[in-house]
Design a protein around this ligand. Sequence first.
Ligand SMILES: [Zn+2]
Length: 261
Amino acid sequence: MSSPDVSLRRLSRRTLLAGLTAGVAMAACSENPATGRRQFLLVSDAQLAALGAQAWVDLQAQTPLSRDADAVARLERIGTRVAQASGRTDLAWEFKVFDSPEVNAFVLPGGKVGFFKGLMDLAQSDDELAAVMGHEVGHVQARHAAERMSQELAVQLGVQLAALALSEEYGQNASAIAGALGMGAIYGVILPYSRQHEFEADALGVDFMAGAAYAPSAAVTFWERMIEATGGGDGQLAALLSTHPASDERLERLRALAAAA
Ligand SMILES: [Zn+2]
């Protein structure tokens, strides 16, 4: 049985937490100029970039890089153009082809972009590769990883630790945050994006690929083919859709975006 003073203490703790939540939310909510949407962010770009760099090293230790010089040069050329068009020339962009039949691509915070050989082979033109590249660069520009991680932090660690993450001392140690979350290197790769994040990345991606003089209509043809092909239950193809959920609604929006670009 609990004594009255215990519940009182609980109450005051709850009050304290409520106050902390409000404080954290006020400190962390800011508008993203790329999307015009307010975001709840508990981690800084620098913290995320440090995590991304670590994950990038780990991934390259796990999956061999492609020795196909043409594919490597091709991705490098497309990535450089699209990243330039995004305006984020402040980031240390890297574009690498991983030697795996998986049909997928990913981006890590800080601008580390990986394409698997399976996707390189499936895309039918530079424009289609640029469409996927634009989408991945869009995730960076819209700070989706930071947003997703902040939500995870708030949920998993509770408000007290989220507040700690804001403090200068703890906040500088990005790997400690990742460790506490138990996510480590795979963070930012395996978790699927939300519908909202996919829509935003599509919109930014079409902008960026058009800005880099690639044909926006390739975004539509690429995703149409992907969605159609995965209907056949191809596991290799399903990888891309598992981390970048697609739907008829998304395709409709892509068609409108490409037509307006
Ligand atoms: Zn995506």
